[in-house]
Design a binder for this molecule. Structure first.
Ligand code: NDP
Length: 444
């Protein structure tokens, strides 16, 4: 049995009932086979893969808080500090009822390679809770965030572990958590990113993941002789990533015609009205029915269906495993030629393979959505030097980072005879730097 297969079996045996973590490790290690097999004896002796798939530290804790009726509620809190070979742990916090240890581990594992790909000195981590901010009052969200940070603050710090937002964690939640950290630790430091602009946040961080996704997609198309201008784009999600992906797609001359949330989706053949979408989602925190009610050209459908719309480019920006094999077949049949992931692991393994076999340009999230964490690292730099850069400065750096990421993964794929396989390219390029750093630091 090969070393990769041995470790994949080990992951399943040692981490029962964590299917998303199994899926993520399989996707990464399968595509690293060519690299591992070239150095198998050395990697095996050092147990490099076993160390790579085992978090350096897992913190799990109780989060008690009091709701508006005076009832005590209890949620689970998690922080997985996965790998610090190339820098302090860095990765978002997700607040969603579906959160469990396996999901946080899959996200933390992916984050190692994503952060490495940015070229910036940040290790991999992820955290969150099964708390659902939806339908909660501001006071309830604050009570939860304060309780969550009361425990988390013992384990993080500007040079140790720097969390950020993710699903369910936006500016409001980051603000409440930052306030509590400062109160308990008596430190005004860049311990969280995605902060408000009045207390150490970076311009362009809010837009970064969506904008970065489009910068990378445009570069991928350009390198394959295509232009993003004039293309029809199907986008899922209606949160932070989706909104700014839609905005940048329009600025680059493309036409995004869909968006979705967890209850339904919008088809708007005239192109999504970003200002209206922001009003509905960011200000009113309402459902997409509200968008359709205010936009005559838009049609609202219940359930899932974004991928049934004819498009040139698909950008899944909602959540994991939201694009399956049937969706991939429909997209290809309708003429879709490029897919770039805005969310983390939104495409199932079977769907990814189908795209690749059918000549669709496919960029995995760890590369195409890395603009968020890259800009978080730029926020850390600004906090360290106690300066704020202009929007243009940050946005230019973001563009350069995304273009470099694409070329790094393209080159890595070519070096291993896998031209055009951007999944392999991203995993290889991300892995090489981390593996070299781990080796240099000895058996830790
Ligand atoms: P938000 O919470 O802002 O938005 C998430 C969107 O996806 C919402 O429209 C939400 O619908 C929808 N959604 C969430 N869960 C589900 C589900 N189970 N089924 C269907 N729809 C769902 O999160 P973000 O935009 O920040 O994150 C989206 C994705 O991008 C995630 O995978 C995240 O890990 C990834 N990502 C985010 C980064 C960032 O900087 N924010 C950076 C890199 C990756 P509803 O409103 O109904 O909940």
């Amino acid at each position: 049995m090969s070393y990769v297969d041995e470790v994949l079996d080990l992951v399943v045996a040692k981490n029962p009932a964590q299917p998303e973590f199994h899926q993520a490790t399989k996707e990464v290690l399968e595509s690293l086979r060519v690299v591992i097999e070239a150095n198998e004896d050395e990697y095996k002796k050092d147990a490099l893969l076993e160390r790579l798939v085992t978090p350096e530290r897992v913190i799990m804790f109780r989060v008690p808080w009091v709701d508006d009726k005076g009832q005590v509620q209890v949620n689970n809190g998690f922080r997985v500090q996965f790998n610090s070979a190339i820098g302090p742990y860095k990765g978002g916090l997700r607040f969603h009822p579906s959160v469990n240890l396996g999901i946080i581990k899959f996200l933390g594992f992916e984050q190692i390679f994503k952060n490495s790909l940015t070229g910036l000195p940040i290790g991999g981590g992820k955290g969150g809770s099964d708390f659902d901010p939806k339908g909660k009052s501001d006071r309830e969200v604050m009570a939860f965030c304060q309780s969550f940070m009361t425990e988390l603050c013992k384990h993080i710090g500007a040079d140790t572990d720097v969390p950020a937002g993710d699903i369910g964690v936006g500016g409001r939640e980051i603000g409440y958590m930052y306030g509590q950290y400062k109160r308990i630790r008596n430190l005004y430091e860049g311990v969280l990113t995605g902060k408000g602009l009045t207390y150490g946040g970076s311009l362009a961080r809010t837009e970064a993941t969506g904008y970065g996704l489009l910068y990378l997609t445009a570069e991928m198309l350009k390198c394959n002789g295509k232009d993003i201008a004039g293309k029809t784009v199907a986008i899922s999600g209606a949160g932070n990533v989706a909104i700014y992906a839609i905005q940048k797609a329009q600025q680059l001359g493309a036409k995004p015609v869909t968006c979705s949330d967890s209850t339904g989706w919008i088809y708007d053949p005239e192109g999504i009205d970003v200002a209206l979408l922001k009003e509905v989602k960011e200000v009113k925190r309402a459902r997409l029915t509200e968008y359709a009610a205010n936009r005559p050209s838009a049609v609202y459908h219940e359930g899932k269906g974004v991928w049934t719309v004819a498009c040139d480019i698909a950008l899944p920006c909602a959540t994991q495993n939201e694009l399956n094999l049937d969706d991939a077949k429909t997209l290809v049949a309708n003429g879709c030629f490029a897919v770039a992931e805005g969310a983390n692991m939104p495409t199932t393994l079977e769907a990814t393979e189908y795209f690749q076999k059918n000549g669709v340009l496919f960029c995995p999230g760890k590369a195409s959505n890395a603009g968020g964490v890259a800009t978080s690292a730029l926020e850390m730099s600004q906090n360290s030097e106690r300066l704020s850069w202009t929007f243009e400065e940050v946005d230019n750096k973001l563009q350069n980072i995304m273009v470099n990421i694409f070329h790094n993964l393209d080159d890595a794929a070519k070096r291993y005879g896998k031209e055009g396989d951007y999944v392999a390219g991203a995993n290889i390029a991300g892995f090489e730097k981390v593996a070299t750093a781990m080796k240099a630091q000895g058996i830790v």
